[in-house]
Design a protein around this ligand. Structure first.
Ligand code: MN
Length: 240
């Protein structure tokens, strides 16, 4: 049976084509899979499990159909939707994964991570990340009224767009030393991540032995996913 991996679907109220693509993917490819792993940024923004926008409700209902049909679905936080919590899990039937996590896939330990923590050259982003991932900060944020949280999230997204526009591309990519450290400390020879929107399979050498880093693609223009069948990994694109 085949396991499927996606990330950076970036679903939101104004992302109707992406929602249609993703719901189609859940009904077709994912419904036949052994498991679905969503490695972060499923949503463009998530300000709390009380989010009842029609887009969020539709996506949760579709995930619920998938999981109720017997396909386990694992969801990791991304930098956009790191506030997905137990309410989301209950509504969708998905299980939340820690980031990073080492999964045993076909007898092999594989590191799964969203990927933003590997972008260590982006110092201002890492500083922001270290603040918003603190439980104390999250409790205070979640205590604000929903409309206030949504307004703050819009501001953060605008700031993030401006930051991306003025930052040289290599800074937005993973740092080679951070990648090597992750391979080493997690004792794996394969990792799967998203976040950079640069899909590809990178063969590398860590401490003298071969290692592979698979990067998932984003869903802005076209759906893309990774399939794993009996230890064989393949990046695929959905037909347009
Ligand atoms: Mn991301």
């Amino acid at each position: 049976m085949t396991r499927l991996f996606v990330s950076d679907v970036h679903l939101g109220a104004d992302a109707e084509p992406a929602i249609a693509r993703f719901l189609g993917f859940l009904e077709r490819e994912a419904a036949r899979a052994a498991a679905l792993y969503i490695l972060g940024d499923l949503f463009e923004s998530w300000v709390g499990d009380d989010d009842r926008t029609p887009a969020a409700l539709r996506v949760c209902a579709a995930l619920r159909t998938l999981t109720a049909g017997g396909v386990p679905c694992f969801v990791m936080h991304g930098n956009r939707d790191f506030l997905l919590g137990p309410g989301f899990a209950a509504r969708s039937g998905c299980r939340l994964l820690a980031d990073p996590v080492v999964a045993q896939l076909d007898g092999e330990p594989v590191l799964l991570t969203h990927g933003d923590a590997l972008c260590t050259d982006d110092h201002s982003y890492q500083e922001l990340r270290s603040i918003v991932r603190q439980p104390h900060w999250q409790q205070r944020f979640l205590a604000l009224p929903l409309a206030h949280r949504e307004a703050l999230a819009d501001e953060v997204r605008a700031g993030s767009r401006a930051h991306t526009a003025r930052t040289v591309p290599y800074i937005m990519d993973v740092n080679g030393e951070a990648v090597a450290t992750a391979f080493r400390t997690c004792r794996v020879r394969r990792m799967i991540h998203g976040h950079t929107h640069r899909p590809g399979v990178h063969e590398t050498i860590v401490d003298g032995s071969a290692a592979q880093r698979i990067v998932l693609g984003a869903w802005y223009e076209q759906g893309s996913y990774l399939s794993c069948e009996r230890g064989e990994y393949r990046l695929r694109e959905l037909p347009r």
